[in-house]
Ligand binder design. Sequence first.
Ligand code: PAN
Ligand code: ZN
Length: 189
Amino acid sequence: MTSYIQPFTNMVRPDGVIENAQTVQQRRLSDMRGFYADAVAEEAAAASDPMIYEVYYAYVPEAVPGELGICTTTIYPGKIGAEYYMTKGHFHGKIDRAELYFGLSGSGMLVMETPDGQTNAQPMGKGTSAYVPPYWAHRTVNVGSEPFVFLACFPADAGYDYGTIAERGFGILVVERDGGPQVIANPRR
Ligand code: PAN
Ligand code: ZN
């Protein structure tokens, strides 16, 4: 017999807090050492171990095909050297799973890359709907002076492959140049 999941709603605040969240994940600089291009700046910032981003999960389903995961990400404003605070970034474990992002507040960039090295960067802000297609690794970056917050909805069986990006990074970085964000080639590639 089918056992039905009960329908539910959550209040999602513009600052990314989800009321009655199932879990909250915090990512400090110490959770992502080696991700930033400027190793000297990263070492200097490590002393205070700043909070880089937080993820509130409204729903963390089992990896059942057909189910959806729902969460917000709040990336705090800041830079390591010239590089803006950002998420680790990942391919999905099931690499052909797509994802929807929806901007709630602040301003950011969505950086993406295919396994064969095609890159793409899309600006995001409040009200932006962004499609992460199958096969594209994805990372978000806060390019503003306020927290950048977005909602994500993803197939429950998508999973995470963090290792590929942890090793190679993305082909493009988002850095501050002349007072604003600029997308540049990753010098470590
Ligand atoms: C997002 C991300 C979230 C945090 O919900 O998981 O923004 O980024 P990292 O997972 O790269 O640390 C998502 O893309 N889920 O699939
Ligand atoms: Zn994802």
